[in-house]
Design a protein around this ligand. Sequence first.
Ligand code: HPA
Length: 277
Amino acid sequence: MFEQLTAAADHIAAATGRESHDVALVLGSGLSPYAASLPGATTVAYRDIPHFPVPTVTGHAGHLASAEFAGVRILAFAGRTHLYEDVPLADIVFAVRTAVAAGCHTVVLTNAAGGCGDHLGAGDLVLISDHLNLTGRNPLMGPNDERLGTRFPDMSEAYSKRLRGLAREASAESGVPLEEGVYAWFTGPTYETPAEVQMAKRMGADLVGMSTVPEVIAARHMGAEVLGISLCTNLAAGISPVPLSHDEVKEVAMEATDRFTRLLDSLLPRLGAEGRS
Ligand code: HPA
């Protein structure tokens, strides 16, 4: 794994002409247009990067973009791999691990999710404050490579309070409202049943979704600071009076692109080239 990550990071450095990057940005369902909107972005297809997994789901592109924005070198990933593709968890976290190997000290993860918190509605952007891993799977299962990180990583502040504070500043500056909530990870690809949504809600979840958590775990394992932002595309099953559809999820995500872009444009310069103080 370590050698594969180094090869992938080396390829990205050569293809983008940037020896190192500062901030990784993983773009979820329907949010990938942001990568192309970064000024002067150089794109690299996932299939050209050694060992890099290529996602199979529609609505998920398969390239990354490298750009310098307000002095911050950004590696934006348009498209990710999910557990429901039945690939090893090592593949699912490969992009984030590559980004950290490529120098990123900060990892911003975005996704589309269903809302079950009483304060949430369709179209809301939500800062993830913590997560529930309901899959019984963990990307760190198996032998630990100490070159990547410790065997037993602390998760008491998986989603950095400091970065959440910066996101709140960006929200105030951009005028894009941000809610906050706990994200529960399900395997998918089915949407949850109403009973599963009620279970997650009673356990403390405000959001239900099929991604992000393994990437957060891998990023924390490697010592990066993490920020998570969900777009609540729909009320979760049973809370929504209508059946869920992927088309609706994509449509709401597309409608939110402009707000999301304004928030990120204000947030990314705050994440700094120098990293954690
Ligand atoms: N459940 C899981 N994943 C999702 C949902 C949902 O309701 N909406 C968007 N992604």
